[in-house]
Design a protein around this ligand. Structure first.
Ligand SMILES: CCCCCCCCCCCCC/C=C/[C@@H](O)[C@H](COP(=O)(O)O)NC(C)=O
Ligand SMILES: Nc1ncnc2c1ncn2[C@@H]1O[C@H](COP(=O)(O)OP(=O)(O)O)[C@@H](O)[C@H]1O
Ligand SMILES: [Ca+2]
Length: 572
């Protein structure tokens, strides 16, 4: 096969203007040639001259010499030659072209590329260049294709799971109308499974799927569906490597396949916090360009028995109660969380228990930082390396808290809590764009443990509302936050091993008591844990963070200085 040059430059026609079009292996650039200088090079290409430095991302500008655009080759989705025969056809696109141009420049190719739109959205744009000669047109197509083929991080074959009942039950339609056409455009082949029941995707991944043939797994659904994929992939990887998930101390083996999330759920917090928006087209484009974002995963155990993994929120008290209540209202769709949230806020239950945790003192960053985890995050890179070197788990003690004790580097806090939340990442979502722990990191090997102690309804409301404003939700006397590597929780009235199953017995018991005593303002002894949108069957749990156990087709939220909220920490 003829070797294609890496550098290519020609004068080509775009709409009704001539452009200097060049490709240098990194960027495709087209720059308008001022009208009076318009001429046709007749397809001669010449060595590319780099006279100025292009910015990293696609950019459009208008200088004295006309508009100029540049697109990173890594963000080109596809290139296709326009069929010469079709050019004579009477289709709308060609009708808009002046007759003279189409006749004079009968060969054309179209480049589809990523364009950045508002609020972290990505869109697919097309640009069509017209040439005088077929050979030149083909050379452009071949050269661009060659450079795309050299991008080894791009997936070619994907396994797709669709939850048809997630969110507003639009999963199938979203995939077919918005995502599949983009995959086809980028020559990605897929095997699609529409799930027939809960845990279908998890069990298929864990036992049946022939994973070797795929470059990634895509889930179309919400956080619960993503959680299924994580459980399937992580369990499969541990089984294949002979690792016992039941041992809380075991170091888990990272998964090699990346996971893509096409948001079609109710909260979509994992998608939102890793891409910056819950938008199916944006997510599809991140998959196509082959992005990779490592992520921490928490393992949750009860008495040395594995319960579940968590990637976003582990919440006891408020968020556990919201989830437990909302599960009975699935028919409401995403609005069930607003309804149950309001109801749970009014019940204002607190729960007694002991939280012990191993602070992550040997890392960069704290939960009160003003800096945020963003694309290319330095803290995640730094702490990730720290963990990969098997750093010893020795932590300094902090002598500053009256009701806490130290036990071998662990801190122990007993109290009455309205909420205990562990956020392994910010948990930003459309309801709270800054999230439960705005400074948490996606891949630093820690989780932010937020303890909200018993306080008045008014104060709790202030705390909740601060999740939706620029004010610091941790800057309140009844709230504390710790960046930890492990933690345990034991409810005060903890039962022995043959402990009651919370869902079956505990809830019934306490709701019964309260129904029998409607005037009683006491709180039930147990809440439940909300683990990425699933209820855990036990209240007493042990949690450990596994640094960068999985990878997503994402890159973290890209900086957008214009939209950045430089929060003023003044309290209301
Ligand atoms: C009175 C105003 C209150 C505003 C409080 C806003 C805080 C919102 C923070 C939400 C953090 C959600 C973390 C993600 C949890 C998901 O895993 C879970 C399951 O999501 P899914 O149904 O699978 O999409 N959703 C919920 C609400 O528990
Ligand atoms: N075909 C199916 N039928 C019923 N439940 C399913 C199906 N596929 C997946 N699920 C379950 O639906 C739950 C919610 O899915 P998810 O996609 O997260 O939507 P939502 O964000 O609305 O909760 C998940 O726990 C998942 O296990
Ligand atoms: Ca983390």
């Amino acid at each position: 096969m003829e070797k294609q040059p890496r550098l290519l430059a020609s004068q080509l026609l775009l709409k009704n203007s001539f452009f200097e079009v060049s490709l240098n292996g990194v960027l495709l650039t087209w720059k308008e040639i001022p009208t009076k200088k318009k001429r046709v090079s007749g397809g001669i290409h010449y060595p590319f001259k780099v006279g100025f430095c292009f910015p990293k991302f696609h950019r459009r500008g208008k200088g004295e010499s006309g508009t100029s655009h540049s697109v990173s080759v890594s963000e080109i989705l596809a290139v296709r030659e326009l069929d010469v025969d079709s050019k004579t056809k009477d289709d709308g696109r060609w009708q808009k072209m002046p007759q003279k141009s189409t006749e004079a420049y009968p060969y054309a190719f179209t480049v589809s590329y990523v364009e950045r739109a508002w609020q972290h959205r990505w869109r697919c744009s097309d640009v069509t260049f017209h040439c005088l000669e077929g050979a030149l047109c083909q050379q452009w197509v071949q050269t661009i294709r060659g450079q795309l083929a050299a991008l080894t991080s791009r997936p070619k074959h994907l396994l797709v799971y669709i939850n048809p009942y997630g969110g507003k039950q639009q999963g199938k339609c979203i995939y077919e109308q918005k995502v599949a056409p983009l995959f086809t455009c980028a020559s990605i082949s897929t095997d699609v499974i529409v799930t027939e029941h809960a845990n279908h995707a998890r069990d298929h991944l864990r036992t049946e799927a022939e994973l070797k043939q795929y470059d990634g797994v895509v889930c179309v659904g919400g956080d619960g569906m993503f959680s299924e994929i994580v459980h399937g992939l992580v369990s499969r990887t541990q089984r294949d490597n002979g690792v016992d998930q039941n041992s809380p101390e075991e170091k888990l083996v990272p998964c090699t396949l990346r996971i893509g999330i096409i948001p079609a759920g109710s909260t979509d917090c994992i998608c939102y916090a890793t891409v910056g928006i819950n938008d199916p087209v944006t997510s599809a484009l991140h998959i196509i360009v082959g992005d990779a974002q490592p992520m921490d995963v928490c393992s949750v155990h009860h008495n040395n028995t594995f319960l579940r993994y968590s990637v976003s929120l582990l919440g006891y008290g408020f968020y556990g109660d919201v989830l437990a209540d909302s599960e009975r209202k699935r028919w409401m769709g995403p609005a069930r969380y607003d309804f149950s949230g309001f109801k749970t806020f009014l019940t204002h239950h607190y729960y007694e228990g002991t939280v012990s945790f191993l602070p992550a003192t040997d890392i960069l960053g704290t939960p009160r930082d003003k800096t945020r985890c963003r694309a290319g995050c330095f803290i995640c890179q730094h702490n990730g390396q720290l963990y990969s070197e098997d750093a010893p788990e020795i932590c300094k003690t902090d002598p500053d808290v009256s009701d806490s004790e130290y036990e071998g580097g662990w801190r122990v806090i007993r109290g009455k809590f309205l909420a205990i939340n562990a956020a392994s990442m910010s948990c930003a979502c459309p309801r709270s764009p800054k999230g439960l722990s705005p400074a948490a990191h996606l891949a630093d090997g820690t989780t932010d443990l937020i303890l909200v102690r018993k306080c008045s309804r008014f104060n709790f409301l202030r705390h909740l509302l601060r999740h939706t404003s620029k004010y610091d939700q941790f800057d309140m006397t009844f709230v504390e936050v710790h960046r930890v590597r492990r933690f345990h929780f034991t409810p005060r009235h903890c039962q022995s091993d043959s402990e009651l199953d919370l869902r079956e017995n505990g809830k019934r018991l306490f709701s019964q008591i309260c129904r029998d005593h409607p005037a009683c303002s006491c709180s039930p002894a147990y809440s439940s844990w909300n683990c990425d949108g699933e209820i855990l069957p036990h209240a007493a749990i042990e949690v450990g963070v596994h640094c960068q156990l999985i990878k997503l087709f994402a890159r973290g939220i890209e900086e957008q200085p214009v939209f950045e909220d430089l929060a003023n920490p003044c309290a209301i």
